[in-house]
Design a protein around this ligand. Structure first.
Ligand code: SAH
Length: 358
């Protein structure tokens, strides 16, 4: 029965080895299977021709390999592509390909929806629909690499799609290990960036991981008073605690923690906010990525003028902060930061309203 088949796409290689051994097969076939799945994009076990025909037949009765299906693909005028993917249970999510940043980058989701409810984020309006499995997180990378013919090319991944990765810690870490596997994509952790709103206990755990992605913190405000209004989680884990954890975070030579700061007109974009931010980050190996708001109907904020954005960046730079302004990509196809939202799934009234208002 299909429901009893084990999904190899959801297992790390060591777990594939165990599953094979438990059924009387040789462990080393896990390497071949990983190469087929990740390097060649073959997920039909009967087509894995370096396994004997008999073995393939037996494996087909015991295992399956599930892959998110591409429902649609939209290309922005700037080359950004948004993929709408359907999971095995019918739920849908979005992943984004961002070319030339200067690298090639896949923006990957870790949850369908998100529980964090940041005031300016459209995904937050959906609430958390469900956690993704490691297989579904790594599966997005397989799908994009295949669809874009990039299996043999170098690419980065940023966990900046839908969801809060540290709110789905174990599956996210398992996915990173699967992507790092030498028989799969063999991705270096330096090519992976995890962005979080600052779930402190999980952040402390991350600091101990053998495979350590680059870290980005969604800060958005220099004070608890202001951040509490924008990021509900700040009421639990405040600015000072997050900064202290960042100071303790083990960093590779020359690497820095990125602080993302969505600029909202008249809310967190004053010269005083910039000065407080520079002060806050003194002593942290950091860089600031300013993200002018991607406005959307249903989001009660506006994007500041270019003059205000420039002034904010200049104040930081004058105080020695490394700062960049994120150029929003894919806005014409609603693929930009905070714009990922999937319609037609289980949504609350408020969520449906947010979608209707777009
Ligand atoms: N939950 C994680 C991962 C999502 S990353 C996190 O918050 O870090 C998505 C980034 O886009 C975050 O920095 C988020 O704050 C930002 N973002 C959300 N909504 C946005 C919007 N409307 N305009 C610009 N950036 C937005």
């Amino acid at each position: 029965m299909a429901s009893q088949l084990i999904d190899l796409a959801n297992l790390e290689r060591a777990a594939v080895e165990t599953a094979l051994a438990e059924r009387g097969h040789k462990r080393f076939h896990a390497r071949q299977i990983f190469q087929w799945i990740y390097k060649r994009g073959v997920t039909d076990i009967s087509a894995m021709t370096d396994l004997s025909r008999g073995l393939r037949e037996t494996l087909c009765d015991q295992f399956t390999i599930t892959t998110p299906q591409v429902v649609s693909r939209e290309r922005s005028s700037d080359g950004t592509e948004k993929f709408l993917l359907r999971l095995a249970d019918g739920l849908q999510l979005e992943s984004v390909f961002i070319p030339d940043t200067p690298s090639m980058t896949f923006c990957i989701s870790t949850q369908v929806g998100c529980a964090m409810a940041c005031a300016f984020c459209l995904t937050g309006k959906m609430g958390l629909v469900r956690q993704l499995t490691a297989g579904e997180i790594a599966g997005q990378v397989r799908v994009l690499a295949g669809a874009l013919d990039m299996r043999d090319k170098k690419f980065n991944i940023v966990l900046m799609g839908m969801g809060e990765p540290l709110h789905n810690y174990d599956e996210t870490m398992r996915a990173l290990r699967m992507l790092n596997d030498e028989y799969g994509f063999a991705m270096s952790p330096r090519r992976m960036t995890l962005s979080t709103v600052g779930l402190l206990p999980a952040l402390e755990k991350l600091a101990q991981e053998p495979i350590m992605p680059n870290l980005a913190i969604s800060l958005h405000a220099p004070t608890d008073r202001l951040r509490g209004e924008l990021v509900p989680l700040n009421k639990k884990y405040g600015v000072a605690d997050i900064i202290a954890a960042c100071k303790r975070f083990p960093l590779a030579k020359r690497s820095r923690i990125t602080f993302e700061y969505v600029l909202l007109a008249g809310v967190n974009d004053t010269p005083e906010d910039a000065r407080l931010l520079a002060k806050l980050l003194a002593g942290v190996k950091s860089k600031v990525n300013l993200i002018p708001l991607n406005a959307a109907p249903g989001i009660p904020f506006e994007r500041p003028s270019d003059r205000v954005i420039d002034q904010f960046a200049r104040i930081l730079a004058e105080r020695g902060v490394v700062v960049s302004v994120r150029k929003s990509r894919g806005r014409d196809i609603r693929a930009a930061c905070g714009q990922l939202i999937v319609e037609g799934q289980k949504l609350s009234t408020g969520q449906r309203l947010a979608v209707a208002l777009r």
